[in-house]
Design a binder for this molecule. Structure first.
Ligand code: AMP
Ligand code: GLY
Length: 427
């Protein structure tokens, strides 16, 4: 069968890499793709905002399944528009994508289904929001309601920071995304992510992961889309996964079905593991990036039938096998990221770096220019390795990085530090 993946990041490269190995696959396309994806799929220059053009491409090329990588097309209703034309899609409807697209929507679902999450207030005017923040005191978390490219959340250590964040939100900085806001209790604990597939009714657990959002070593510096990740998350014991499933995931899926918006696709729960148990920080309606890369590295089953089962219903009949190994990925980014950076610097040595059979290099922002690989984005490469321990996976990833020639690139040198400290303490 022919499959079209939508997206252009490391997440989509790892999805394409996994799908390319499926015996069910005839031809894989990716729109728009990148320099690494071009090694496993045919990249097509479609505008992902043009749903009509994507539908036409699917008809012309006999696409049996569209797999949508990023959230923006889902929130914009790409899955609905393709399904309306009889095209099968892995990914939620526009209504169900509100789980990521609107924080108020998710909080109200948590209220209805009694799902553990931070206490909150919801506001449409600055005065009421500030009164609430003053009454609650710092630390406190201020969130723009809608999608704000990862910049809509302020964890305010002081009341003044919270008040400034409220003004910023209502100033129009986030456009429509900031017209409403949520103010939340600041939860303490360890963060982890849990990924499941859903077919509207049934849920299949995938795996857990943790990422590093800050740009620099020691989890310092500005927030990014993620500078590295590993799977599994040591804090997510089997018992903790079972609690998350019972207390958070299953009631959410039930609540979505009850609301007439059955959830189909991958659901990514951002969790805080607190002293009193797991609490939901947020939902995303897509795979994490770079968390997807470590999940795909640990997957030991054909992924295509699982995505089809999610799209068709029937996940209750389904199981996936996983490597017992740890997978860890280090993001290489262009110097300056997440601020401004130059595009077009040359990268070499990837073939040599990827020779270890335990290493895969996923591309997040590259292109081929005159036969040479160049960096075209902020996050550019994901050096991903498997190992018996987090330390071993980390050593393999950094050994590969040592073989890459890219003077304009940088990466963190401590991805996985928390999990390695845990391994050392247990040894
Ligand atoms: P988000 O953009 O929603 O992923 O949030 C960014 C980060 O803010 C999360 O990964 C958490 O580290 C932090 N965060 C969000 N909400 C809370 C909360 N209620 N308590 C503590 N930290 C939070
Ligand atoms: N790495 C975090 C995310 O994909 O949202």
């Amino acid at each position: 069968m022919n499959v079209l993946v939508i997206g252009s990041g490391g997440r989509e490269h790892s999805l394409c890499w996994a799908l390319a190995a499926s015996p069910l696959l005839t031809k894989l396309y990716c729109a728009p793709g990148n320099g690494g994806i071009a090694q496993v799929a045919e990249c097509v220059g479609l505008d992902t905002g043009d749903h009509e053009a994507i539908a036409q491409f699917c008809k012309d090329n006999g696409i049996a399944l569209v797999v949508v990588g990023p959230e923006a097309p889902l929130v914009a209703g790409l899955a609905d528009d393709l399904r309306a034309r009889g095209i099968k899609v892995f990914g939620p409807s526009k209504a169900a994508a509100q789980l990521e697209g609107s924080k108020v929507f998710t909080k109200e679902l948590c209220d209805r289904k009694n799902i553990p999450t931070a206490a909150y207030g919801h506001f449409t005017d600055a005065q009421a929001a500030k009164d609430y923040a003053r009454a609650q005191g710092a630390p406190i978390v201020v969130k723009a309601d809608g999608l704000a490219a990862g910049k809509g959340v302020t964890v305010a250590e002081t009341l003044d920071q919270a008040l400034a964040a409220i003004d910023e939100c209502f100033s129009g900085k986030f456009g429509g995304a900031g017209a409403e806001l949520v103010i939340e209790e600041c939860m303490a604990g360890e963060e982890a992510s849990y990924f499941v597939l859903c077919d509207g009714r049934n849920v299949l657990a995938l795996a857990t992961a943790q990422d590093h959002k800050r740009a620099f070593d020691g989890d310092e510096g500005p927030n990014t889309g993620g500078m590295g990740a590993y799977s599994p998350a040591p804090v997510m014991s089997e018992a903790m996964c079972a609690r998350v499933m019972e207390e958070i995931i299953l009631p959410s899926i039930e609540g979505m079905a009850e609301a007439g918006m059955p959830y189909q696709g991958v659901l990514y729960a951002g969790l805080m593991i607190t002293d009193t148990g797991p609490k939901l920080i947020e939902y995303n309606v897509r795979f994490g990036d770079p968390e997807c890369q470590v999940l795909m590295m640990r997957l030991n089953s054909d992924f295509l039938p699982a995505l089809l089962a999610a799209a068709d219903g029937g996940l209750d009949q389904f199981d996936l096998r996983w490597h017992g190994d740890v997978a860890l990925t280090v993001v290489m980014a262009t110097k300056g990221y997440p601020g401004s950076y130059e595009k077009g610097s040359a990268i070499s040595g990837l073939e040599e770096a990827g020779r270890d059979e335990n290493v895969e290099i996923f591309h997040a922002g590259t292109a081929l220019r005159d036969g040479s690989l160049i960096a075209t984005g902020g996050r550019v490469l994901n050096i991903t390795a498997r190992g018996g321990t987090v330390r071993e996976a980390q050593q393999r990833a950094y050994a590969a990085i040592g073989k890459i020639g890219w003077s304009e690139g940088f990466c963190r040198s401590d991805i996985g530090w928390r999990a390695i400290a845990r391994e050392d303490a247990a040894a």
